[in-house]
Design a protein around this ligand. Structure first.
Ligand SMILES: [Ca+2]
Ligand SMILES: [Ca+2]
Ligand SMILES: [Ca+2]
Ligand SMILES: [Ca+2]
Length: 226
């Protein structure tokens, strides 16, 4: 019995998400963004470390496979019609193409959903209030306090945020929560150039878990057979 408990405890520890494996790197738009031309965009992607990533540019209402968006509590959607500000699309705070997507943080926490991504990036603009960012439910604090946040003018690009899952961890949700939520105001946020790279290999912890489970099973069987 003690052996089984030890096995289960080891499995639980191995499969628990490791908070410290999520690393945020953020960029000042005035440093990385120079325009929406092809070569300017290639240079920007290289500077952001997202070359080769799948990109959602929000130029239409359909989201690319592997990325969904929506208010918390509602099943995230792969189509932005009816989500965010009804006046979408907007030409402000553009990180690519001609338009960006505006959502109002007053509608509730907004969830960016990915499918076991190893790394994700989000171009953000026009944060006037305190917007807090969570990754896989872990609180990373106010976006305005992130390194390289730069509010040059109203309704403009302010920060590009990249989150990397290290040590085989994966990213499934990035959530923006307004401190004003439930209060009298909300804050419209522009997002654009959402980038992600899906994890191609099972997490090391998953492999370790499987190996440990097999080992526990094998030892248990062996001890029963004698
Ligand atoms: Ca765009
Ligand atoms: Ca699209
Ligand atoms: Ca504004
Ligand atoms: Ca705003």
């Amino acid at each position: 019995m003690k052996f089984i408990i030890t096995c289960f405890l080891s499995l639980f520890i191995l499969l628990s998400p490791a908070y410290s494996d999520l690393v945020i790197t953020s960029f000042d738009p005035t440093v990385v963004f120079s325009g929406t031309g092809a070569s300017e965009q290639a240079d920007m992607d290289a500077a952001l470390g997202i070359t080769g990533y799948t990109i959602e540019d929000f130029e239409d209402s359909t989201l690319v496979d592997g990325f969904k968006f929506g208010p918390e509590g509602v099943t995230p959607s792969s189509d932005t019609t009816g989500l965010g500000n009804p006046n979408n699309p907007f030409t402000q705070a553009v990180w690519d193409g001609n338009v960006s997507f505006l959502f109002d943080s007053q509608i509730g926490p907004s969830v960016f959903q990915f499918n076991n991504a190893a790394s994700v990036g989000i171009g953000v603009g026009d944060i006037e209030t305190n917007i807090r960012m969570f990754v896989n439910g872990n609180d990373f604090g106010l976006i305005r306090d992130f390194l390289n946040y730069n509010r040059t003018s109203d309704n403009n690009r302010e920060i590009y945020i990249r989150v990397d899952a290290n040590s085989g961890d994966v990213i499934n949700t990035v959530t923006f929560v307004s401190d004003l939520q439930g209060g009298n105001g909300g804050d419209g946020l522009f997002i654009d150039h959402v980038a992600f790279l899906e994890s191609s290999v099972p997490e090391p912890s998953t492999w370790l878990g499987l190996i440990l489970a097999s080992l526990c099973f094998w030892v248990k069987r062996k001890s029963l057979s004698v």
